[in-house]
Design a protein around this ligand. Structure first.
Ligand code: HEM
Length: 210
């Protein structure tokens, strides 16, 4: 058993925090990303650029999306670093081998997508024929590694779109599996990542005993 995989290990607080903050931010990126792209295509076809996304004008919505994507890229690197150096809990022994393999594959897929989405987004923004800058939270301009080109733009838009749907699907499966473990298998997988649940369970047990 490697040092970072002890069956008695708890999730480090840093990982729990990064997990829930990233989950909320990714949900916003997916919903906001699909909404702003639809709004942009509508604006291009109708010439009506007055549409807003989550209350923001289109240009600001794109800048916010790109800025949050840059922060999420830093967050996934930090998360991988923390995971590489600290002990984390193992999957429960009652899990059948096929389910274990599926859980590992989904985890690798999620990390691969969290890592690659900001990169395809950055290459897409760089190759956009609109030639708009990427200004991170209005603070500094992120350099674009490649110049505008319609063919490359179409390629990276397709990769970014496909990655977004793959991430939506895998995140959905991941959530469904966590709920199955909690409500059907009744193991600790979800409560280890959500210490509030353990707290509520302990309080309930205490009340039932008294
Ligand atoms: C984890 C990070 C990211 C997620 C989950 C994400 C998600 C999405 C989604 C769901 C869409 C809509 C796709 C479609 O309907 O075609 C989108 C579009 C877009 N994203 Fe991201 N994105 C991320 C990071 C980035 C970054 C870092 C940038 C740029 C620096 C970026 C730039 C764009 C652009 C320019 C579009 C518009 C695509 C178009 O007009 O066809 N994204 N993103």
């Amino acid at each position: 058993m490697s040092s970072r995989q002890s069956s008695t290990a708890q999730w480090p607080v840093a990982i729990i925090l990064i997990h829930w903050v990233m989950a909320a931010a990714l949900a916003l990126m997916l919903l906001g990303g699909f909404a702003m792209t639809r709004a942009a295509h509508h604006a291009e076809t109708t010439g009506d650029f007055s549409l807003t996304v989550l209350g923001l004008p289109l240009f600001d919505a794109f800048q916010l999306h790109k800025s949050m994507g840059v922060v999420l890229f830093a967050a996934v690197l930090l998360r991988l670093l923390v995971r590489a150096i600290v002990a984390t809990p193992e999957l429960p022994t009652h899990m059948p081998p096929l389910e274990r393999r599926a859980a590992r594959a989904a985890q690798i897929g999620l990390y691969a997508l969290m890592f690659s989405m900001p990169i395809t987004g950055w290459l897409l923004a760089s190759s956009s024929t609109l030639g708009l800058p990427t200004v991170v939270f209005g603070l500094f301009e992120l350099p674009h590694p490649i110049g505008p080109d319609a063919t490359r733009e179409a390629l990276f838009a397709t990769l970014h779109w496909a990655g977004a749907w793959a991430l939506t699907g895998l995140a959905g499966l991941h959530t469904a599996a966590a709920l199955k473990h909690h409500f059907i298998d009744r193991d600790n997988i979800l409560s280890e990542m959500l210490p509030l649940l353990n707290h509520i369970k302990r309080r309930t047990d205490h009340v039932e005993k008294t």
